[in-house]
Write a protein that binds this ligand. Structure first.
Ligand SMILES: [Zn+2]
Length: 249
């Protein structure tokens, strides 16, 4: 057994340290899970694509990985269990889509706001932390990049994770607003989030920013969920409801 293995064994004995990806004894991540948390950025349009991401100008979502396996577990450990040791690896993943998309000019990363309830429960704003840490990494690489929490909730929302595609749209539509109208001028906005599923959260962020004249350039996320066939018609139906303005409060 090498010294690192002895260290892991000791940490497991004392702290119950387990890999955030698979649950085996390890410090933060085991050697087998590390490759699953290396970014492989790709364009990740949700299907069906929310109309608000296509017009008046298309806003391309780029993801660093798929929301499966060790990456899915690690995101859960970071957000729900406060495993801050994962911040460096997850921040590197969030920075990768920004580099991949080659957004030009000075950038402003705008994190999707966590709900007040989630912030209270966790004691911190997980996405804001990720955005700040990613912007720092990008600046070290010479990218002119800042971050600012421009968005906030204007009404209470439910936790999205347990909702159907239609309910996700109902839950979030009209839920965000821009907290400060005087935004750093001359910076292109990239909306950042941890997970892209139906695109409802990202679309709501885009809607709120577009409304005050700051349409984002793109969306960067750590993980995109695989498309679930059968959900499409549900969301298309919801799109028709949205056009009638029936869900905006
Ligand atoms: Zn593992």
């Amino acid at each position: 057994m090498g010294s690192r293995d002895w260290g892991v064994a000791a940490a497991d004995l004392i702290l119950g340290a387990v890999c955030a990806g698979c649950g085996r004894p390890a410090l933060t991540l085991c050697d087998e899970c590390v490759p699953y948390l290396v970014a492989s950025a790709f364009v990740a349009w949700p299907q069906p694509t929310p109309a608000g991401l296509l017009s008046p100008t298309p806003i391309t979502p780029v993801a660093a990985g798929r929301y499966v396996g060790p990456l899915r577990s690690a995101l859960s450990c970071f957000k729900e269990e406060g495993q801050f040791g994962l911040l460096p690896v997850l921040s590197r993943m969030l920075a990768a889509p920004v580099r991949f998309a080659e957004f030009h000019g000075p950038l402003l990363l705008v994190p999707v706001p966590s709900s007040p309830g989630a912030k209270r429960r966790r004691g911190y704003d997980a996405i804001d932390q990720l955005a700040r840490s990613s912007a720092l990494l990008l600046r070290k690489d010479g990218v002119d990049c800042r971050t600012r929490q421009l968005l906030r909730h204007r009404r209470a929302v439910e936790d999205q994770s347990g909702l159907s595609a239609v309910d996700r749209w109902r839950n979030l539509h009209g839920a965000f607003e821009v907290r400060e109208k005087r935004i750093l001028s001359g910076r292109s906005i990239v909306v950042v989030d941890d997970i892209l599923t139906t695109g409802a959260t990202a679309s709501e962020a885009v809607r709120a920013l577009t409304k005050v004249g700051h349409r984002p350039l793109g969306i960067a996320v750590i993980a995109a969920t695989a498309r679930k066939p059968g959900r499409a018609r549900e969301v298309e139906k919801q799109g028709a409801v949205e056009k009638q303005g029936a869900v905006e409060k």
